[in-house]
Ligand binder design. Structure first.
Ligand code: A2R
Length: 306
């Protein structure tokens, strides 16, 4: 007779997740898509909003394992008050997200999307493509110098760029610290957002910050759309207050304002920072490993500590 594992724990998956994540979960646990009294664990994608009334319907919930590094959708204080543990998937996605930030810097500065359209539209034989802008000697300002911010900084240094940064804490790094986001924007040709989302960073990049970035400036965002006042960004692009924007994240995903889609100097990606086979599988392994560790009363692999 084949051995059947005892699936005694119930895990809530409130939204569809990839097969390579659900398959190992279904092998070990009873997986459900609606809340029930038995639910002991929950797996949600990064940025998913875990509402308080959902938590209230899960009296036995012990752990929320986030499939992503950003956990801004999880009400941490409420979880702490109930002793619910929270995990995320840091480190394994750092390089991929940093690559996308670097790609957006190159795509906006060298106008690569426009250049591609130029060739496809058969325009090359009629007119030369206009000149773009070099990266060498330009300044990249990193907003949030954590794991991803540092990986972006290293990549852009290799492109001959100068670096400045702003985080709440000054760090022992070779790059100049700016004490405010405005000071950072003033010093930057490219303002690159790599800080977490959530209430404490909401609209940190405001109309005032975009003005400080200025006419030759480019905004790059690979963290969370909530960090940018999107209306102010549309205004800044339309009025030429800044030159361009490269965005992998938006305030109301998957909605992207028509004004951003129509603008010639925006490069827009559908939140693909960590979207590779390799990284998504490594993230899935961390999600499963954290649940396994929790239910075996072992130390968590990547607990969220605030
Ligand atoms: O401020 P600090 O010293 O705690 O530094 C963190 C910085 N940060 C902020 N910087 C400015 N203003 C804030 N209000 C603020 N809050 C946090 O963001 C730290 O240097 C950085 C975050 O780095 P890590 O925790 O290492 O996160 P990681 O792995 O780089 O990912 C960043 C975000 C995620 O939360 C996702 O939303 C997104 O990238 O994919």
């Amino acid at each position: 007779m084949r051995f059947q594992p005892m699936r005694s724990r119930t895990i809530l998956l409130p939204v569809p997740l990839p097969d390579f994540l659900t398959a190992p979960l279904e092998a070990e646990y009873v997986c459900v898509s609606s809340p029930s009294e038995d639910v002991g664990g929950m797996v949600v994608p990064g940025g998913y909003r875990v509402e308080q009334d959902l938590l209230a319907r899960l009296p036995k919930l012990e752990i929320i394992s986030v499939f992503g590094v950003g956990y801004d959708g999880v009400p941490l204080a409420a979880c702490r008050a109930r002793g619910i543990r929270v995990t995320n998937t840091p480190d394994v996605l750092t390089d991929d997200v940093a690559d996308i930030a670097t790609a957006l810097v190159l795509m906006t500065s060298r106008r690569l999307v426009e250049a591609d359209r130029h060739v496809r539209a058969g325009e090359w034989s009629q007119q030369a493509f206009p000149l773009a802008h070099s990266l060498r000697g330009k300044i990249a300002g990193i907003l949030g110098l954590g794991r991803i911010g540092k990986a972006v900084a290293k990549r852009l240094e290799a492109h001959g760029m100068g670096l400045v940064y702003h985080s709440r804490t000054r760090q022992e790094v070779p790059w100049r610290w700016c004490s405010s986001v405005i000071e950072l924007a003033e010093a930057s040709d490219f303002l690159i957002i790599t800080c977490p989302g959530g209430p404490s960073t909401r609209h940190l990049v405001s109309a005032e910050v975009l003005s400080a970035l200025g006419q030759g400036g480019t905004l790059i965002n690979v963290s969370r759309g909530s960090v940018v006042d999107e209306q102010a960004l549309v205004h800044a692009l339309d009025r030429g207050i800044i030159r361009s924007a490269g965005l992998d994240v938006f305030e109301h995903e998957p909605q992207v304002p028509e004004a951003l889609r129509a603008h010639p100097h925006t490069v827009l990606l559908p939140h693909v920072g960590s979207a590779t086979h390799e990284t998504r599988r490594a993230m899935a392994a961390l999600v499963v490993g954290n649940l396994r560790a929790h239910f075996a009363s072992q130390p968590l692999l990547s607990p969220v500590e605030e």
